[in-house]
Structure formats: C-alpha cells, structure tokens
Design a protein around this ligand. Structure first.
Ligand SMILES: Nc1ncnc2c1ncn2[C@@H]1O[C@H](COP(=O)(O)OP(=O)(O)O)[C@@H](O)[C@H]1O
Ligand SMILES: [Mg+2]
Length: 757
C-alpha cells in the first residue's frame, strides 16, 4: 500500500487535494493491514484465509438447510451475494432456456434416440417456473455463496477447509477452491457488497428463502418472528414467534438484576415494530423511557394523578362477569373471603348497582356505575346489626374499605378516567401507596385485559414484578381464566418475577406455568435451584448454566425445546432500555440541546472537560475513570481548570491546547480533525476550501521545540497553509521568520476567524 503521506518528489508542484480525497486516504491508512500476502490458494493477513465457493447446489432444498453449515463451531465467515433479476430479463432468459431444451429434445427425437427423463423433467420445471414468474409468485435471483476459512497455520487451514468442504458435500453443495483468484475471492467475502469473483447460480425466491441460514432445527420453523437472543453454544441468532406457539404467553423467572425486565423490553420493542400493541403494568416506573421513545402514553396511577380506574366500571362486561371480578378484587383486598363476607358483598354490590339504575338488563349497563363509597354506604348500616354473623363480617369489610374511601387509596373512589387509545401504554404505579399496590395491580390487570379483549389484533400485556398476581392463592381461578382465554383474543401475557418459589408453589403460579408456552429462566438463587430442577426437568448441564449465568443469559424454553441463549441489544436499543444509573446519567447529558459557542455539554467519552461545567457527581465519575486535573491558560489568556485524560505521548499542556483548538474550530467548520499520529496536530478546511494544518508546540523547552518544529515542517508543507501554535512566546520572537507563521495562544482566535471570513 502507498504511504499516506507519500506521492510526488520534493520539488513537484503541490497538488491540492480535496477534503473528501484526503479523508478517504486517511480511512484507508487507518484501517488497512500492513501486509497482505497473496498465494495460489490462500491469502495471509495475519491469519491464513482460504475461500471456498459453492459451485453446485441440490435441486430441492428444505428451509434452513444451510443451518448445518453455520452451526459448525469453526473459524470461518459465510457470505452470500443476492442479486435480483428484473422480470423481463428473467422471462427472456427462461424463454431462451426453453428454446434450447426444445431443440435438444427435438434433435434427439428426430435421431430416433430416447429422450432422457432428466431432460424432460428439466423442461417441465422451466415451463412451470416461467408460469410462476409471469403470475408474480416467484422471482429470480443470482446467488453466490462463499466461505472464508481461517487459521493461524497452513496445516490448521487445510483441516478447517476440509471439514467445511465435507459438510458442504453432505448437504449436496459442491465446494471449490478458486485457485489463483484468492485475493478477489477474499474481497468478495467482505461485508462491502462487492462480488469480484462472481461464481453465481440463479435461484427462485422460495429456494432463496430456504437459504436463510439462521433457523434452529430444534425449534419449529417460523416464517415470521423476532430475534429473541443468540444461542449460547454457537452464537446463532434465535428467532421465534411466540404467536405461533400453542399460546403466546411468556414467563420470565430470575433473581433481581439478572436482566428480566431488560430482556422483555427488548422483546417488546421488537414486537412493537411488527405492529403489536403493548400495555405495561410498571411498578417501578422503569418503562417510561421506552414508552416515550415510541410516542406512547405513560399513565400514572397515584394519589395525585389524574388517571383512575373505578373498580365498578363495567367496561363492556355483563353485570355477572363484573361481579365475579369484583369479588376477586375484594379477595385481593381482604384475603380469602369468608362465607358471610361473600354473602354480604354479593348482596350489597347488587344494591349499589341498583341504586344507580343498573340491573341485569343489558340496556342499563351503559349508565354511570357506582363508586367504592356507594358500596361502603351499603355495608355500613350492617355493622349496626344485632347479629354477630352480620356485623362481624360487615365490620371487616368496612375497615378494609376505609383507606379506599377516606384514606390514602381514596383516589380510586371516583369514575374511570383513562385514555387507552395509544398503541403503547405503560401504567406507572410506582407512587401508588404500598397498602394498595397489589389491588391496583389487579385492577389494572382486569381493566386492561377487558379492554384489550375488544380487538383481535395482536397485543401484549406485560406485568413486571408480577409477584402479587402470581402468589395470590385466592386468585388462582381468576388468573387461570385469564391465561386460558387470552389466546382467543390474540393477547399475550408477559409476566416477570423474582419470587420463583411463589410461582412454583401457589395455585395461581402453577396455572400460569401450565398455560405459558415460552419461558425464560435467568440466573437463579441457589435456594430455588432444586425446585426449578424438579419442576422443569433440568439436566445437570442446564442446572450449571442457571447457577452461573451472568447478566443477560437465559435458558429459553419454548414448548418442548430448550436452548441456552444470551440476550444482547444493539447500542441504540440498550440506550433506551438500560436502568443503570450512571449509564442513564451519561445518556441524559448527551441529549441536552446544543448550546452555542464552545461545545460544552457533558460527554463522558470526551477526553477534556472544563472543571467549571461539572457537578460533583461528574467530577467523581471522571476521576474514577482516570481523569486528572490541570490548569492551563486558554486562548483568552486566562487560566482555567480542566479534567483531562491524556492518552497521547505529548505533555498535558499540549493536549489541552490541541483540544481547545479543535473545539474552537468546531464553531466554524465540521472539517476539523484532531490527529495523534505523524500528521499535523489539527487539520481543517478554510472557508475557501484550502487545507490548513496546525502544529501545536507546548512546554518542552526551546531547544526541543525547535527540533520538533523542524521535524514536522516537511509534513506541514504538503498543506496549503500551516501555522504553529506555540506556548512559549520566545519561539515566536526568535524564530518567527524561519518557520513561517508562529502564533501564541492569545493570537490564535483572531487568526482562525480570518480563515472563515
Ligand atoms: N442482556 C443484557 N445486556 C446488557 N445489559 C443488561 C442485560 N440485562 C440486564 N442488563 C443491565 O442490567 C440492568 C438490570 O437489569 P433488569 O432487567 O432491570 O433486571 P431485573 O431482572 O431485576 O428486571 C439493566 O438495566 C441493564 O443495564
Ligand atoms: Mg425488573
């Protein structure tokens, strides 16, 4: 490769190079390997590379047939190039093919020979295909498939290649090593969309679809689905579609901080992109960022918020149905109901509705329902009763209801005010008083569930920290009804909990377990491992995996399949869903609107910060990351304190001046580049397009400085103009003529300005 700064003899006229050209060369310089040795059958770039091409494919393929190849746990990359044909070209090509086949058949027939069956078959296939293409059912593509097999020694390379070739043969693909074309071949395997080798084969869309290499043979093949994670054994993406399983429900079990919420947030985002509606019951207010990112609604349920749900709201249920769920609601409030309590509630609930004119007649169901206080007023007189069997249970009910009518939960004592139109909604119940959290959770579950039943579109109801719902023995029947029927309405229930024991023991928990096709087991506490092992028939290897699983690792169980997976988000996704405090702090600062003047928002990745702009937390964070404090005179001549992380070989003062120079230039242009290599310290384009170089000389003594300046001059002369920024004014005074433009820090601002007039 040509040296970046080479080209042209000393005296040759200086060519002006555009910034784009310069940038291209810079990128090439920074990313190219220093040597590439091309041999007959391999290329050596640190490792040896040998490219294997596929020259023949089987006539028929099954979906996922390439999986065998991809699943091999070896050092290789697989590249496929796919080029679509236009319909016209395809038809022309096929018509020619048909003509040729016909001529062959005709020739054989006139010679009185037997036409081979394979030729007839081929002819029929082509005829059928041309039909499908004319109908638009199929399209044609060119496919090329290359494998870059890699190893550190030639012997190893030979073995790797042999194993790959054997596997290719076993799936009826004929491998070939393109001798004398290795460099081209290797380029063709890079993710740059260039097929120099062009060993292609035409293929129909359905056959092409079958080439998608990331299908798990052990999972049912789903044409749709989302990325759930990656197989922990071989890193193959695991794509499944919960909607295709016998029910779409998901249960996530694991210790706190193991990544339950994180993994489901990821799933939610990806499902949302597929058009699924999302509702989340969020006890910790940790979904807010996610919801806001997708323009969803966050509905806060707390004493001071606008939104409420009236437990008596019929929400399009029949009165009988509503009574069942109301009784479940009171079970949540009172614990298991005694027979007398139940009888009292049964009667007083009816009366409260009757008072409002709501009866068994469906026409009355749209009337305004009672609120908790109405029921309270029905029960209150019963506490005055003479009979113990009446006043005792009535007292119990009244006592528990007090906090809902007069106490901290009284905000529920009003008509429903909630707007559920958005496709993504979270119910933030963090600030809901603890006494009522579980009832509110239940109420929401019921309300959202009945609302969601109305449409047949796909939707997900998430219950994070679902302990209340899952541990409540009394609710088992209610929960069971829910998990069993939601499939009918295309509703998936996603529940997460760390209280694994509750799930395994309680009746509600077991009801959920048996009606949930997809389960994620994350890292488990040792105390529940035995129970888990027994309940899920975990084998010793899986047990070991669960015991030692780090964050984001899970045993995925979908119907009868289990795969250990790891769950990984893209950086963009991670940013939306992480709840780690210092990561969130960092992202928050990044999002601040741009200020004018020097760019001074906090960005932890920047190696220099003005200490004045930082708060104590930020200073602590930076110091922990190895930043050091230094005082330097800036371009105004005033000294300032900085926190810097100087990873260069230069002095700290040099580092600060170079960076300040860069910040200064950023006000004028985005062409400024900072270099810590042999290149000038800073380069940029002036307004007229000329390339300007700046060399900073700081604080190493006059003699060393002059040596440095001399050494750099040759490089600087390649630019249209160059300046030295010196920290020591003596250099300017004594050497100003010899080294062209030498400026002190006080002079630099004016000079820079002049380039952008
Ligand atoms: N797969 C993962 N990749 C990267 N970070 C993760 C992953 N899973 C969890 N985390 C980090 O751990 C934090 C806590 O995870 P979380 O899902 O909230 O735990 P919990 O199991 O208690 O719900 C997340 O906010 C995130 O920063
Ligand atoms: Mg959580």
């Amino acid at each position: 490769m040509m040296g970046l700064l080479g080209g042209g003899g000393k005296d040759e006229k200086k060519k002006t190079e555009s910034y784009e050209e310069y940038k291209d060369r810079l990128i090439e310089y920074l990313t190219s390997p220093s040597t590439i040795n091309v041999h007959e059958k391999d290329v050596q770039i640190a490792k040896y590379h040998q490219v294997i091409t596929a020259i023949k494919y089987p006539r028929m393929v099954d979906p996922g047939w390439l999986t065998r190849l991809v699943e091999m746990n070896m050092d290789f990359d697989l590249s496929m190039h796919i080029y679509p044909y236009t319909v016209d070209t395809t038809i022309k090509m096929l018509e020619n093919e048909i003509k040729k086949q016909k001529t062959d058949i005709y020739a054989l027939e006139t010679e009185g020979k037997i036409v081979p069956q394979s030729l007839i078959q081929q002819h029929q296939d082509t005829m059928a295909l041309i039909n499908l293409i004319q109908q638009g059912t199929e399209k044609m593509f060119d496919l090329s498939l290359y494998i870059d097999s890699k190893a550190y020694t030639k012997e190893e390379l030979e073995q790797t290649t042999k194993k790959i070739s054997d596997t290719m043969n076993s799936i009826m693909v004929t491998p070939k090593i393109p001798a004398y074309q290795m460099y081209k071949a290797l380029r063709s395997t890079l993710p740059i969309g260039v097929d120099d080798l062009s060993v292609t084969r035409n293929i129909t869309s359905s056959a092409l679809a079958a080439c998608f290499p990331f299908a798990i043979s052990s999972l049912e093949q789903h044409a749709t689905g989302i990325l759930i994670g990656f197989n922990a054994m071989n890193s193959i993406p695991v794509i499944i579609d919960p909607w295709q399983l016998s029910n779409p429900n998901i249960l996530v079990l694991g210790t706190s901080g193991g990544g339950k919420s994180y993994s489901m947030k990821l799933l939610l985002m990806r499902e949302f992109m597929e058009g699924v509606s999302i509702n989340v019951i969020d006890p910790q207010a940790e979904y807010t960022d996610l919801i806001k990112t997708f323009n969803g609604d966050v509905i806060r349920i707390s004493p001071d918020s606008e939104s409420v749900i009236n437990p008596f709201d019929l929400t399009d249920q029949s009165l009988d149905e509503k009574k069942l769920s109301l009784l479940a609601f009171f079970r949540c409030l009172l614990g298991e109901l005694t027979e007398p309590q139940r009888a009292i509630l049964d009667e007083t609930i009816d009366r409260a509705y009757e008072e409002k004119g709501i009866t068994k007649d469906p026409k009355t169901w749209s009337r305004e329902p009672p609120v908790l206080e109405d029921l309270y007023n029905e029960v209150l007189p019963l506490t005055k009763s003479q009979k113990e069997i009446i006043y005792k249970p009535a007292m119990a009910i009244v006592n528990r209801m007090k906090s809902y009518v007069f106490g901290p939960m009284r905000f529920l004592n009003q008509q429903t005010k909630i707007d559920l139109k958005n496709r993504m909604i979270s119910f933030d119940i963090r600030d809901c008083p603890d006494v009522g959290k579980s009832t509110v959770m239940f109420l929401l579950l019921e309300y959202v569930y009945t609302q969601m039943k109305k449409s047949r579109e796909r939707k997900i109801l998430v219950i994070d920290e679902a302990w209340t719902v899952l541990s409540a023995g009394e609710q088992a029947d209610y929960i069971l009804r829910l998990v069993k029927t939601c499939r009918k309405f295309n509703l998936a229930l996603v529940m997460m909990t760390q209280d694994v024991e509750d799930v395994l023991i309680s009746r509600a928990g077991r009801a959920v377990l048996t009606n949930t096709s997809t389960k994620f087991l994350l890292k488990q506490d040792t105390s529940v491992l035995d129970q888990i092992t027994e309940r899920f028939n975990i084998n010793p290897a899986e047990r070991q995996f669960l015991q030692t699983a780090t964050m984001g690792r899970a045993l995925l169980m979908a119907e009868t399949t289990r795969i250990p997976i790891y769950i990984m988000a893209s950086p963009e996704e991670h940013r939306i869903i992480t709840t780690k405090p210092d990561e969130m702090l960092q992202y928050q600062k990044l999002e601040k609107p741009e200020s004018t003047g020097l760019v001074r928002e906090f960005d932890i990745n920047r190696p220099l910060h003005f200490k004045n702009d930082l708060d104590d937390d930020q200073i602590k964070m930076l110091t922990e990351r190895g930043f050091e404090e230094i005082r330097v005179k800036t371009f105004t001549g005033d000294a300032e304190l900085f926190l810097v992380k100087n990873d260069t070989d230069e002095t700290d003062e040099h580092f600060v001046l170079q960076y300040l120079m860069y910040l200064l230039l950023q006000q004028y242009t985005d062409s400024a580049l900072i270099h810590h290599t042999r290149l000038p310290d800073i380069t940029f384009n002036a307004r007229d397009g000329r390339m300007i170089a700046v060399e900073v000389e700081a604080d190493v003594g006059v003699k060393r400085s002059i040596e440095n300046m001399e050494a750099k001059r040759k490089i600087l002369e390649k630019y249209d103009e160059y300046i030295y920024l010196v920290s020591n004014p003596v250099l300017k005074r004594d050497y100003g003529d010899k080294y062209g433009q030498i400026l002190t820090r006080e002079e630099i601002m004016q000079k820079i300005q002049s380039y952008f007039k």
